[in-house]
Write a protein that binds this ligand. Structure first.
Ligand SMILES: [Zn+2]
Length: 109
């Protein structure tokens, strides 16, 4: 069995992450005109992540509902509330609440 070089593996993961980020950008751009299409884009992004075993970057993870996997847009399809050290993101489609640790001087891009 041929062993894949480590560099090559990393390259594939890099490309996978680039594609995921691109799909999220498309989801963002299309949300205004077609929210269903955005859900489809993030579903594809999730699938790429699973296929290549890459974790979604945390700032993108917060944009998907853990339960119904829809694209979350703060103020439109999700609600964000700060509770001390936690940030609670509520999916307005299924009502699922997700908690993420929150630091005031967090570098959120
Ligand atoms: Zn949901």
């Amino acid at each position: 069995m041929a062993r894949k070089k480590k560099n090559q593996k990393n390259l594939i993961k890099d490309i996978a992450i680039q594609r995921i980020e691109y799909l999220f950008r498309l989801a963002e751009e299309n949300y205004g005109s077609s929210p269903q299409r955005s859900d489809r884009y993030v579903a594809l992004a999730r699938r790429i992540g699973m296929r290549y075993r890459v974790r979604l970057p945390s700032y993108l993870k917060r944009r998907i509902c853990k339960d119904c996997h829809s694209f979350l847009v703060p103020g439109s399809s999700s609600r964000i509330r700060l509770h001390g050290r936690y940030m609670t993101i509520t999916c307005l489609k299924c009502g699922k609440e997700m908690r993420y640790p929150y630091k005031s001087e967090n570098k959120i891009a």
